[in-house]
Design a protein around this ligand. Structure first.
Ligand code: C2O
Ligand code: CU
Ligand code: CU
Length: 491
């Protein structure tokens, strides 16, 4: 089906809502390979990150007003090595105040880039960021309180890959853009003229902002990439503001090798991965078994265009292809998968000396609607909060002793939330009252929370002071902006 036929079919399909639906395409466009800044071999001077505003065409034929980091939309993929200290120079040229947070890094609060480290327009923030942790996929995004959702959606996000000696010598694909691909998945809404839309209402605050169009590395899905015969590695970030994504392959199971904080003990085969906003997973795909395969994404309940795409490609299911992989004739990475990926002992809950409990609270939607219109993007006292209180920049909610092992248990009043903690990686003891699925048993900094307790085992090894505390929050960014966040110190 070509684009014109597709659009004709789409416009005659009554199930499609009007907004944002003309922008899917049946024929995949090429996967954009995000430019890489690789300093694993050495750092020369400061690493400049320019936060800019720009224009980006996602594939609608029209430019959308965007933010980006050294680019018009999103940032480069930064590849760094354990043991380095990264001398960043972050300059704010977006015309409004912002911050840049390193999500997943085990670094002191003072360089964490949270809501207290504001960068005024025209100013430069120059943190020296020490990389002490193991190989892992991390990311960076705006954390400007009350504006995180809009600024991140607009494009202030990037990927930071940490390598270490073991990952560099491991028998797994690591040639960027050849057999090792970084995928940033986001859902977007486009208006009738093809421009990216972000409209807030009370309901949007309640559910979080979701779009009906999937975008991969800034291009509307499906995208396609040719790959050599052998193993191919995908490093995947769910950078949606609010949407959980279910990933699968068109043919065969997914082989998961890493989660948020690094490699799993050994590879896990699974039919699907449920990925919350903020989560990262790395998977391997063996291209020797089929000449074409696809990474499929499901939005949960199929809506609009995605339901239609699913009926075209997914054999009636609501998953649709995000990335089509076409095998070339030449041979690429032909090693077989190592049995052991990392030394990871089972999470031992008896190591914990203290337990803290967090209840995520939703607010009344009418209040939220009023606040949304009154204040633009800040909810404050809209009823959303944690343990009965909305986020307050001047209040420290928890004080943690450095080096202590703790259990943090989190539950919610209502709906599914992705909970995140700064300054650490943790292990999930239970998720929604049950043992976590095998691929979520490694190092994580995100946990799903629904109606039963989720518990994580965590230790904080870096300081965070009253002036530069760490955050814990729901990673539905509209919830975070609305106050579902708290602050803690480590000392
Ligand atoms: Cu990804 Cu507090 O953030
Ligand atoms: Cu974070
Ligand atoms: Cu939430």
């Amino acid at each position: 089906m070509n684009r014109r036929d597709f659009l004709a079919a789409a416009s005659s399909a009554a199930l499609l809502p009007l907004s944002g639906t003309a922008w899917g395409q049946a024929a995949p466009r090429p996967l954009p390979i995000i430019p890489i800044t690789d300093v694993t071999g050495g750092i020369d001077g400061r690493i400049k990150l320019d936060l800019r505003s720009g224009t980006h065409d996602f594939g609608t034929g029209t430019g959308s007003a965007t933010f980006g980091i050294n680019h018009s939309y999103l940032g480069p993929v930064l590849r760094v090595k354990q043991g380095q200290t990264l001398p960043f120079e972050v300059t704010n040229r977006i015309g409004e105040v912002t911050t840049l947070h390193w999500h997943g890094l085990h670094i002191p609060g003072v360089v964490d880039g949270g809501p207290h480290q504001e960068i005024e327009p025209g100013q430069t923030w120059s943190p020296d960021v020490p990389i002490v942790q193991h190989a892992s996929m991390n990311w960076l995004h705006s954390h400007m309180h009350g504006k995180t959702a809009r600024q991140t959606y607009t494009g202030l996000a990037g990927v930071l890959l940490i390598e270490d000696d073991a990952s560099q010598s491991a028998d797994i694909p690591n040639t960027y853009g050849v057999d090792d691909f970084t995928l940033v998945l986001q859902d977007k809404m486009f208006n009738g003229s093809g421009q990216m839309d972000y409209v807030l209402t009370g309901e949007v605050f309640e559910e979080g902002f979701t779009g009906d169009t999937l975008v991969v590395n800034g291009a509307i899905a499906p995208v396609a990439q040719s790959v050599p015969q052998g193993l191919v590695r995908l490093r995947i970030l769910n950078a949606c503001n609010a949407r959980f994504l279910t990933l699968s392959l068109q043919t065969g199971p997914l082989t998961v090798i890493a989660s948020d904080g690094g490699f799993l003990a050994s590879a896990v085969q699974t039919d699907s991965i449920l990925m919350s906003p903020g989560e990262r997973y790395e998977v391997l795909i063996d291209t020797r078994t089929t000449d074409t395969n696809a990474l499929m994404v499901s939005f949960g309940e199929a809506e609009g265009l995605m339901a239609f795409m699913g009926s075209l490609f997914g054999g009636g299911s609501n998953s649709f292809p995000a990335l089509v992989l076409n095998r070339r004739t030449e041979t690429g990475f032909t090693g077989s998968l190592p049995d052991r990926l990392a030394n990871l002992s089972p999470a031992d809950r008896t190591a914990a000396t203290i337990t803290r409990s967090f209840q995520l609270n939703m607010g009344g939607s009418e209040e939220l609607a009023t606040l949304a219109t009154l204040w633009g993007n800040v909810c404050g006292d809209g009823g959303m909060g944690i343990n009965g209180q909305p986020m307050n920049m001047d209040r420290i909610d928890e004080r943690v002793r450095k080096g202590d092992t703790e259990i943090w248990r989190i539950a919610s009043d209502d709906q599914l939330h992705p909970f995140h903690i700064h300054g650490c990686s943790f292990r999930i003891l239970s998720q929604n009252g049950a043992e976590p699925t095998a691929y979520a048993q490694g190092w994580k900094d995100m946990v799903h929370v629904e109606n039963e307790w989720s518990e994580v085992l965590v230790r904080f090894d870096h300081p965070a002071t009253n002036d530069a505390p760490y955050m814990y929050h729901c990673h539905i960014l509209e919830h975070e902006d609305c106050g579902m966040m708290g602050q803690f110190t480590v000392g």
